[in-house]
Design a protein around this ligand. Sequence first.
Ligand code: PHE
Length: 324
Amino acid sequence: MREKILEVEKEAREDLARVDSAEELEAFRVAYLGKKGKIPELFRLFGEVPPGSRKEVGAEINRVKEWIESALKESRVSKPAQNREESLFDGTLPGIPPKIGSIHLLQQTIDEITSIYGKMGFEVVEGPEIETEFHNFTALNIPLNHPSRDAFDTFYTTDGQLLRSQTSTVQIRVMQSRKPPLKIVAPGRVYRPDTVDASHSFMFHQIEGLMVDDRVSFSDLKGVLHLFLRELFGSATRVRFRPHFFPFTEPSVEVDIQWGKGWLEILGAGSVDPNVFETVGYDKTRVKGFAFGLGVERIAMLRHGITDIRHFYENDLRFLRQFP
Ligand code: PHE
């Protein structure tokens, strides 16, 4: 009888070592402790044990039974992750969707504007934000000690470069590297040392436009800007051209749209000044062109009723989520 008990114990150790899932563990429990299991079987054989050995044999069977019980308990505890995975995983539950961002309102506005010009055949180009004095001032017919330089004052780097204060720099870069005809729009950041308030920022966005060909007139400029403003603000939009001064265009205008009872300035524009053509090496007697520049923030603010320019830069999701 003792041998039989030891054999069952040995088998149990071997079987348990092979168990590696919750189902197998349960099958092991049934095989040893279940009604027809090996331990109850030993207790049945117990009836034939002579009275003198009963105490000893009974204790031996109980030892093996208790070992199996505690091994079962530990085994369940030692495989918690596996058990939990099996019991809690529910493949029918909906997934957790990743958070999807959206395009910033300023970029949306830039995309909308450049796509309107795209339909008129203008190509989108970009230029650097760190620029030379030549591209930001000199080549744009803004002489070193001229008062008009103040209007485009900016931040300088220690090595004599600067943060461009207008995207008009891109006019120069494109004309230096290509021959006419040209039809480009150039969106990008510009910098000016303005004190930050509801309508000023030290950094903002502009879109520059430039068209150069052998026969481009001021009325082409008017036509293009009319079309653009009506596309952006609605087909009933009224547009007004006011004489103005820019060093790099002659004649120059500021362009307003009617807004309620009044007029709002939207952009600056003009015919390219022959001095600019000369600087970039174009023959000023043979080419003509127009240029314009507009502020992206201003347009986005007008169209969406935004009253503080700082909202664009603060990354406050309560603001950004209103423009998905
Ligand atoms: N660069 C001018 C500005 O920042 C705008 C402009 C661009 C005016 C092109 C005329 C032609 O105010």
